[in-house]
Design a protein around this ligand. Structure first.
Ligand SMILES: [Fe+2]
Ligand SMILES: [Fe+2]
Length: 155
């Protein structure tokens, strides 16, 4: 079964990536700070797109009480998220530190749009820590519960 990241979250990631790409083109300290941030962000985004966010594609169906056996395939993703969560949170700390550097450089040089981007990306990381990652983990816990209920009902 294919698990698809909800469209608004996909768009948010694409927009943040694009803004970062544009920031790396700016010359001087702002561009340098953006490039350092980009190096940290890229591998992190790849993990989010691969296993942290796709489980959220099941939220609406699970909330409606829907069930199909192939939903259990999401456990591969949510188990991986659970295992890698400490590492991903540590990556956020590095990203937020790089964002602070970028924001300060942008503020000093009058790049207000980059200041706003740095603030938006900092908030994005907080939203992931407080909402998206926990929701994805809950998807895994609920699917595991339903799977065992269906297994015992079938026995
Ligand atoms: Fe993200
Ligand atoms: Fe993130």
């Amino acid at each position: 079964m294919k698990f698809t990241i909800p469209m608004p979250l996909q768009h948010e990631h694409e927009a943040l990536h694009e803004q970062l790409r544009l920031a790396t083109k700016i010359s001087g300290e702002v561009g340098e700070a953006a490039k350092r941030l980009d190096q940290l962000m890229h591998p992190h985004f790849v993990k989010e797109d691969r296993f942290a966010l796709p489980p959220l594609g099941l939220l609406a169906a699970l909330a409606r009480g829907e069930w199909s056996a192939e939903m259990a395939e999401v456990l591969t993703l949510t188990d991986q998220l659970e295992a890698e969560l400490p590492q991903m949170l540590a990556e956020h700390q590095g990203i937020v530190a790089a964002l602070n550097t970028l924001r300060e450089a942008a503020a000093r040089t009058g790049h207000r749009d980059i200041v706003a981007f740095a603030e938006a990306l900092t908030e994005h990381a907080q939203t992931e820590e407080e909402v998206m990652y926990p929701a994805a983990l809950l998807v895994g816990q609920l699917v595991r519960q339903r799977l065992s209920q269906h297994a015992s009902a079938a026995a």
